[in-house]
Design a protein around this ligand. Structure first.
Ligand SMILES: Cc1cc2nc3c(=O)[nH]c(=O)nc-3n(C[C@H](O)[C@H](O)[C@H](O)COP(=O)(O)OP(=O)(O)OC[C@H]3O[C@@H](n4cnc5c(N)ncnc54)[C@H](O)[C@@H]3O)c2cc1C
Length: 398
């Protein structure tokens, strides 16, 4: 599979480019281009524009209202979106919970959740991690005890991205309390507005409120909301994690960041009074990362080929591990490129509506917050050490 040399893919790429040029609202494009924080509103607006075009669910099957595109097309689509300044979309509805619902849900469950999830009318969060259950996810302790037609849920989740904005959570809960931990887990879809659900914000090192601690105190959840068989949730959870990891390679985002760093380096001075873009050490570092990114793109094509041939393999762990390394390294280079202009810390400048003059060039204000945010890449979606364990055992057979 060669994404660069397929004529049909080339035509498709042009169509995507033309659609984005005509449909992405200019105010959203300007904010994303400037590296400002994506608001829920921007993300939802773009989600709905794509849904109206029928392009919001690239890899979903047609019967679920998706595009049923080949993996390579989905990749091209995502690359074009990142390069054109489209706001990032939440992975939860389209890449994570949607496929679980259409693969393992009943017809009644599909009727209740699928269209709203696809079209952006239901905002989702992921309820996997708990204080004692991150890498060791099977240790999760949030309990769901059957009571008539319902479960009563007690316990809590942590690091829940966008939990404060979500309508629904796809949660892993414990429904059996003896035997192997993996054999007592179920997937429940929990209404985040139900009585007994509360959240506490967690402010991260970059100053933003994305993460939350969620509490469940005697929350009543209909048994109807359980996806698949009781105590078989581990199987569905692993299916979903594979999708999550493959989507944390940041290839389009890193490609975009490289072109942004080149712009910055063209404008910033180097130590000897020339342009940073002509500094041999800087050029060598950036070129090294560009080569690593090219190699990752090829690996991604191989993984896409495997997916097409019906074996997803463990490509997600490789893509996540290498992709997050590159993305973090680029965020360092971007910060070095703006040098002392990276020091001022004006959080408000990252949000729409801030209209005071920036300290230093406009492009400098996002470098340090971006660097801070990228530190989490090697933790979220499964830590780096755990990815290396997966690669060692399941890819290399060690
Ligand atoms: C920004 C961000 C967003 C997140 N969003 C969500 C979300 O929306 N929903 C959700 O459910 N979770 C979310 N998470 C949680 C994330 O999945 C966990 O943080 C991650 O799985 C690691 O778990 P932990 O934090 O409990 O660390 P631990 O599992 O306690 O790990 C601590 C350290 O020990 C190492 N370690 C653990 N086990 C092993 C091992 N077997 N071998 C070698 N080293 C090991 C780890 O690599 C790590 O360095 C998010 C996390 C972050 C940072």
């Amino acid at each position: 599979m060669d994404l660069a040399n397929d004529a049909a893919d080339d035509t498709f790429r042009k169509d995507v480019r033309a659609f984005i040029a005509a449909s992405l609202p200019e105010d959203i494009r300007a904010r994303t281009r400037a590296g400002l924080r994506t608001s829920k509103d921007d993300s939802q607006r773009w989600h709905k524009i794509l849904a109206a075009k029928g392009w919001i669910a690239p890899s979903w099957p047609k019967e679920a209202g998706g595009c049923a595109w080949e993996p390579a097309r989905t990749y091209i689509f995502e690359e074009e979106m990142a390069m054109a300044g489209c706001p990032p979309l939440s992975p939860f509805p389209i890449k994570m919970v949607g496929p679980v619902i259409y693969t393992f849900g009943t017809e009644a469950q599909k009727a209740k959740w699928l269209a709203g999830t696809r079209d952006g009318d239901m905002v989702w969060c992921q309820g996997y991690s708990e204080p004692g259950a991150g890498s060791d996810l099977a240790n999760l302790q949030t309990r769901a005890v059957a009571d008539g037609d319902d479960y009563i849920v007690n316990g809590g989740k942590i690091w829940t991205s966008y939990g404060h904005q979500a309508d629904w959570m796809f949660a892993l809960v414990r429904t059996r309390f003896d035997g192997k931990p993996q054999e007592g887990i179920s997937v429940l879809l929990i209404d985040m507005h139900a009585p007994g659900v509360s959240h506490r914000p967690i402010i991260t090192i970059d100053g933003s409120h994305i993460l939350n601690e969620i509490r469940f105190d005697d929350v009543r959840v209909p048994q109807f909301n359980r996806i698949g068989e009781e105590n078989k949730g581990w199987t569905y959870a692993k299916f979903l994690l594979g999708n999550e990891r493959a989507s944390i390679a940041f290839i389009p985002q890193s490609t975009h960041l490289i072109s942004r760093i080149k712009e910055i380096a063209g404008a910033e001075p180097s130590g000897d009074g020339g342009r940073l873009a002509d500094d041999p050490a800087f050029r060598a570092r950036l070129a090294g990362l560009e080569i690593e990114l090219d190699a990752l793109r090829t690996t991604n094509e191989r993984v896409l080929f495997d997916v097409k041939a019906g074996s997803a393999g463990n490509g997600g762990a490789i893509l996540k591990s290498k992709g997050t390394f590159i993305s973090q390294a680029l965020s360092e280079v971007a910060m070095e490129a703006v040098h002392h202009y990276g020091l001022p810390w004006v959080m408000e400048a990252l949000y729409p509506g801030w209209n005071l003059p920036p300290i230093g060039p406009d492009y400098a204000k996002t470098a340090t917050p971006h660097y801070m945010r990228q530190r989490a890449n090697t933790i979220e979606g499964g830590s780096e050490e755990v990815q290396k364990n997966v690669i060692a055992k399941q890819v290399l057979g060690l």
